[in-house]
Write a protein that binds this ligand. Structure first.
Ligand SMILES: [Cu+2]
Length: 128
C-alpha cells in the first residue's frame, strides 16, 4: 500500500513536469503563466499601458465608472477584435495572445470612444 502511494505520487510529479515542459516548448517562453495587465475603465477613459510585450496576455478589466463599458482590442491576429463588457463597479477579463504590431483599444458603446475611451497599443516582440 505504502509503496503504491509513493509510486503514484512520483507518477503525478512526472506528469506535471511533462505538461510544464510541453507548455514552455509550445510558447517558446520560460514562463507558463500569461502576463497580467490591469485595465481601468471609466467615463470616459481607458487606463492601461500604451506598450506591451508580445505573448499570452490576460487583461484584467475593472469598471470604476457609473456606466456599462466594453474593453475592445483590435489588431494583428484579431482583425474583428475581441472584447469583454463590464458592468459598473465590476470586473472581467480577456485572454488573448498578442502578436507584435499596432493595436487599437476602445469602448464601442455609444459615443464613448469619441469622448475619450480610445487609445493605441504598441506590442513589441519579446527579446530572445
Ligand atoms: Cu464605455
Amino acid at each position: 500500500m505504502r509503496t503504491d502511494r509513493k509510486l503514484s505520487c512520483r507518477r503525478i510529479g512526472l506528469l506535471a513536469a511533462t505538461v510544464l515542459m510541453g507548455w514552455t516548448a509550445a510558447n517558446g517562453q520560460p514562463s507558463a503563466k500569461p502576463a497580467g495587465v490591469e485595465v481601468k475603465l471609466s467615463e470616459y477613459a481607458i487606463e492601461m499601458p500604451h506598450a506591451l510585450p508580445a505573448g499570452p496576455t490576460t487583461f484584467r478589466v475593472s469598471n470604476g465608472g457609473k456606466k456599462m463599458h466594453t474593453f475592445k482590442l483590435q489588431g494583428p491576429g484579431i482583425p474583428d477584435g475581441q472584447s469583454v463588457s463590464v458592468k459598473p463597479k465590476e470586473s472581467g477579463s480577456l485572454a488573448v495572445t498578442l502578436a507584435p504590431g499596432d493595436y487599437k483599444v476602445y469602448c464601442p458603446i455609444g459615443s464613448h470612444a469619441i469622448k475619450g475611451m480610445t487609445m493605441d497599443l504598441k506590442v513589441t516582440a519579446k527579446p530572445n
